[in-house]
Design a protein around this ligand. Sequence first.
Ligand code: ADP
Ligand code: MG
Length: 468
Amino acid sequence: AWQRVKRRLRAELGEDVFASWFARLELQDVSGGVARLTVPTRFLKSWIESHYLDRVLATFRSEADGIESLEVGVRGAMAPARPGAPALAKPAASPRPAASPGPAAELPEPERAARGQAPEGDLGGAPLDARLTFESFVVGRSNALAHAAAERVARHDGGPALYNPLYFHAGVGLGKTHLLHGIGHSVKNAGKRVIYLTADRFMYGFVNALKTQSALAFKEKLRAIDVLILDDVQFIQGRSIQAEFGHTLNALIDAGRQVVVAADRPPTELEALDERVRSRLAGGLVVEIGTLDEALRASILQTRLEAVRASHPAFEVGPAVAEYVAKAITANGRDLEGAVNRLLAHATLTGAPVTLDTAETAIRDLVKNREPKRVKIEDIQKLVASRYNVSRSDILSERRTAAVVKPRQIAMYLSKVLTLRSLPEIGRRFGGRDHTTVLHAVRKIEKAIGEDTALCDEVELLKRMLQD
Ligand code: ADP
Ligand code: MG
């Protein structure tokens, strides 16, 4: 389950964020609902605790049952991190530590290890992805304006910057990063100095510079460029870092240098940034990229299929399959790309041509994940009650007869596996029970399912009824 958690974090947060913060996060053990994670440095610990704890917990919960809280420890600091070593002797943090001050405020002690392994210690900027160019970007109704603005800015030659900053916003997978890289390539080819950074890299670079007392050099370096491209600025947090971000922004814009920014929301909704930084971000051109319509999805898919065929000539996807994929995968470009990879894997592994049937199987999870059905605890209680001929109020009541206890426990179990609710929350929704009661029920049903195939089938059926 832990490997899945890491894989999901990597997929959801991106390679860059993952490498900066999570690559060295390890699971030590799980006991009593508490998952103990370790990192090599205090800095990573405080950073993860203050910025990513909820996210890691939510992901962990959806991959494994019975996790209630997380603790992050420092490997080697409190207890040796031998595999199979007992839990940290004295957990230092409460399960949900209060948000610690930003990493710059609480300057970490020297971290030899971290410095050596930092993905981009001196902030050279992240490399541009050769695949993400203007040429490979498909223009459609929902991104035409963003694309036109990107090209204008990229081709702009001489004179003060045009729209400054140029700000793109859109949901995940709609082409922001692609456009930013497109600008980066184009500007670089024109011989200008450009730096592409994700917010995480910006923060990492800044914190590192502070640690090595080279913050001044860091700033100089950032300001000595023609175009600064910043991706995913919604992740910029921490008082000193956002102040630094604001200074950098002002310095560049005032000097007429082009700044291009992308985020998952408009500038006004960047709650973590202060008002002045937000309004500066909103002061140039703000363009939203809309969702991909079917025509756009179909052409992105074709472009992607052709690109893959260049290296896999035998890989063929007929028009019916392509149409099905473009219709089924509505969420975003990333899933379309995922679909192509799956079709390719399928074709390569089986050696069989891609039929509608195989396509459906290969991309099933992408289609399903698109709109995870939200199951309500109330619906679970109603369905289970009616299956077992009791009333919903019986389930919520204090009664302990076998006829009521079993459906109640099944309903609690289903609430745990089908919703993201915590154990205490589930307890509250079951007539104000304690979370340990819920935990007991979950464990009991889990065990029973393992031993009793009839019950296993029954629970599986209930799950399907709730999810369809
Ligand atoms: P975002 O940064 O908005 O989350 P990305 O730019 O990473 O999204 O896009 C996700 C994937 O979808 C990438 O592989 C990208 O190349 C592809 N994609 C998105 N929009 C387009 C487009 N208009 N043309 C071609 N590919 C696209
Ligand atoms: Mg992106």
